[in-house]
Design a protein around this ligand. Structure first.
Ligand SMILES: Nc1nc2c(c(=O)[nH]1)N[C@H]1C(S)=C(S)[C@@H](COP(=O)(O)O)O[C@H]1N2
Ligand SMILES: [Mo]
Length: 257
């Protein structure tokens, strides 16, 4: 840690100098002495502002330590999909589960859980924030979505990844939960399709056998019970056309930073 400190300072110094040059160019009346004390005094805020300026959507979500884990990770929304097909898969411990991958890809695929577990993975302890006003910290392990998309090879028109889930939201068995993210989030290093929570197979109440973790977005973007991925150029013709089950009811599509 100590060794990297001067390098970090130099990085921030350079970034601040660049930000300063931009601000001064755009606002000539502000003298250098007026502007400089302000930004230096802002300390940490100035650093994180500069970091955001440089890293943007590539910035990492905060990660935690095992000591921070919530005693139990609660369930929200669907806790047990009301579907015969899903119940049959669960009864067989998901041996027959396949993740279907299609849409704007060169190589459509159908992956078993064993296939998914053989792909490059990531393990991360992160905080889940639900708009209903609760948070929980859990340890997730899963296949990197980037690795799956690289293997499937996106076609040039690809813009979004849609996640179709197993749980029907209406009594008649139609109207499945679904979500979508753009390619910035899809290729983010912390975006995984998780098959483990807290070192155990993902429980049914949290989305077994596979759920999305897209760590810079709010809870409803983290699709559980993911059955199929579709790469698309638009979601205008999918369900309500807003890119997700809750979005179709009026929630924001972009629920992140
Ligand atoms: N398929 C599906 N995914 C879902 C939901 C759902 O009802 N069905 N609820 C969402 C919401 S609002 C939240 S906060 C999280 C809850 O995840 P958890 O059950 O692991 O706490 O899942 C999200 N993903
Ligand atoms: Mo939520």
């Amino acid at each position: 840690m100590k060794n990297t400190e001067p390098a970090r300072r130099r990085f921030f110094a350079r970034t601040l100098a660049a930000a300063g040059a931009l601000a001064l160019a755009g606002c000539e009346r502000l003298s250098k002495s007026d502007w400089f004390p302000q930004i230096l005094g802002a300390g940490e805020k100035a650093s994180s502002f500069a970091l955001h300026l440089v890293a943007g959507r590539k910035a990492m979500a905060q990660e935690f330590t095992p000591a921070d884990l919530s005693p139990s990770f609660r369930s929200n929304g669907t806790a047990d999909p009301d579907s015969d097909a899903y119940r049959a898969l669960a009864a067989g411990e998901f041996a027959d589960y396949r993740l279907e991958i299609g849409g704007l890809v060169e190589h459509p695929a159908s992956l078993s859980l064993a296939d998914l577990k053989s792909l490059p993975s990531r393990t991360q302890i992160t905080r889940h924030d639900c708009v209903e006003g609760w948070s929980a910290i859990g340890k997730w392990k899963g296949a990197k979505l980037a690795a799956i998309l690289e293997a499937a090879q996106l076609k040039p028109a690809a813009r979004f990844v849609v996640f179709y889930c197993a749980d029907p939201m209406a009594g008649d068995g139609t109207d499945l939960y679904y979500e979508s993210i753009d390619l910035d989030d899809a290729f983010h290093p912390q975006t995984i399709l998780a098959y483990e929570l807290n070192d155990a197979p993902l429980p049914v109440k949290n989305g077994a056998p596979l759920r999305l973790r897209v760590e810079r977005q709010l809870g409803y973007k983290h699709a559980k019970y993911v059955m199929r991925l579709e790469v698309v150029d638009s979601f205008a013709n999918i369900a309500g056309g807003k890119g997700g089950y809750w979005e179709d009811q009026g929630y924001q599509w972009f629920a992140g930073i």
